[in-house]
Ligand binder design. Structure first.
Ligand SMILES: *Cc1c(COP(=O)(O)O)cnc(C)c1O
Length: 404
């Protein structure tokens, strides 16, 4: 499965778990939450139709128990969170990062938390774990709830051994295309607290059982099995990417454009069974990624002017990709202009800080979050896919050494 990528093929921007055709027959003997329990630290997770849907359910549940209205998001995070908070009829507050990182600045968070704060949503990005200890203390001080966004960190563990997603009061992971294990769209919602879990389950139970969305997702999952491989990605990912880049449409180049409507429906038993079948290979993939990350990190770190985000005292993250912060935007842009289109798995995560998306202007507060904007301007990602050969990785290193 992990043969080096032949030339003229495409590397995915993140190292997702590729499906094998036999997965499409499904493995029907247990729920997906059970199959993933070694990674989630619980077998009680609730299967949802997306990570965003999991968050929607969590927010509905909290809003039903409280008169508080505000939800604090990191200023650099997935735009889907904005959609979920808005759809739940709640008010978004943005917390700026600490410098050179995607994490919320605890000092800023303190000023945002108050008697109207319902929830705070720290996120782990690209498998790198954000601090939960300080965020939790500040959030609990004001009587609010921590929702841990582990969408990009399925299989990561905090320093005390707690699984990512289980360290907050509520947590969720995503199984969208390209994120670790994928059933094309899916999520898992969890909590350590049994009564909280029961409340979440009650809200999840109100989600419609049948939907045309599910029929569409089933077809998309077959497409994913067909195209999420080095040959297929050229057509399914590379071509639209290069078209968007030619047009200068960076938001669509990374798939950051999300509509206001968030589908809410049940996941079919078939898609769940496909996930169970693929889940057997997740440990091996995560292990391979850690090994390849250990091998490749030193040469990235040796390049002057580049910081690679890592797990400093943070436990064991996952390594779907490397997140690099460069000294200035000009270098980052110069490097990207030379490699982004080349199928080598170099990309950007979220294009902007949340206030900087034109299309979200009506829903995102105009709070100044200069450090999040700066982080967006200096960051790039490199896939840690098994399909990215040493030779290709070497080409990326060369560009990074002399971006201009
Ligand atoms: C993808 C993502 C989500 C949403 O998950 P979906 O399954 O795509 O709805 C939430 N947060 C972060 C950080 C993400 O990357």
């Amino acid at each position: 499965m992990w043969t080096p990528r032949p030339s003229r093929q495409e590397t995915a921007p993140t190292a997702g778990l590729a499906l094998e055709f036999s997965d499409l027959l499904g493995c029907w003997d247990r729920p997906l939450a059970h199959a993933l329990s070694p990674h989630l630290g619980t077998d009680q997770a609730i299967l949802t139709c997306s990570g965003t849907a999991a968050l929607m359910i969590a927010l509905r549940c909290l809003a039903g128990e409280s008169h508080r209205h505000q939800v604090v998001l990191p200023a650099y995070t997935c735009p889907l969170l904005v959609r979920a908070v808005a759809a739940a009829g709640l008010v978004i507050r943005l917390c700026d990062n600490r410098p050179g990182h995607f994490e919320m600045d605890p000092q800023v968070l303190k000023t945002l938390c108050g008697p109207d704060t319902l929830a705070v949503i720290p996120a782990h990005l690209g498998g790198r774990l954000a601090d939960m200890t300080q965020v939790t203390a500040i959030t609990h001080d004001c009587g609010a709830t921590v929702i841990e966004d582990a969408a990009q960190a399925l299989g990561a563990r905090h320093a005390d051994g707690t699984a990512a997603g289980l360290a907050g009061d509520i947590g969720f992971v995503s199984m969208a295309a390209g994120k670790g294990l994928s059933i094309y769209e899916g999520g898992l919602l969890m909590s350590r607290d049994a009564s909280r879990l029961q409340a979440l389950r009650a809200v999840a139970g109100t989600v419609p059982r049948f939907s045309l969305w599910e029929a569409r997702r089933m077809l998309e999952l077959i497409g994913y099995a067909l195209f999420y491989r080095p040959g297929g990605l050229r057509m399914a990912y590379g071509r639209p990417l290069r078209r968007a880049l030619r047009k200068g449409d960076l938001v669509n180049a990374v798939g950051d454009q999300f509509g206001a409507k968030i589908p809410l429906h049940r996941v079919s038993r078939w898609r769940e069974a496909v996930g169970v079948s693929a889940a057997e290979r997740l440990s091996a993939l995560l292990k391979f990624q850690r090994k390849q990350a250990r091998e490749r990190l030193p040469s990235l770190r040796a390049i002057p002017g580049i910081t690679v985000l890592d797990d400093v005292d943070r436990g064991q993250g996952t390594w779907p990709l490397f997140m690099l912060v460069m000294t200035c935007q000009a270098d980052r842009d110069a490097a990207l202009s030379r490699v982004w289109h080349r199928g080598l798995g170099v990309s950007r995560m979220f294009i902007h800080a949340l206030p900087d998306y034109d299309y979200l202007r009506d829903v995102v507060p105009r709070e100044a979050t200069p450090r999040a904007s700066d982080f967006a301007a200096r960051t790039l990602t490199i896939s840690n896919s098994p399909w990215l050969s040493d030779a290709d990785f070497g080409q990326i290193l060369q560009v990074l050494q002399h971006p201009r």
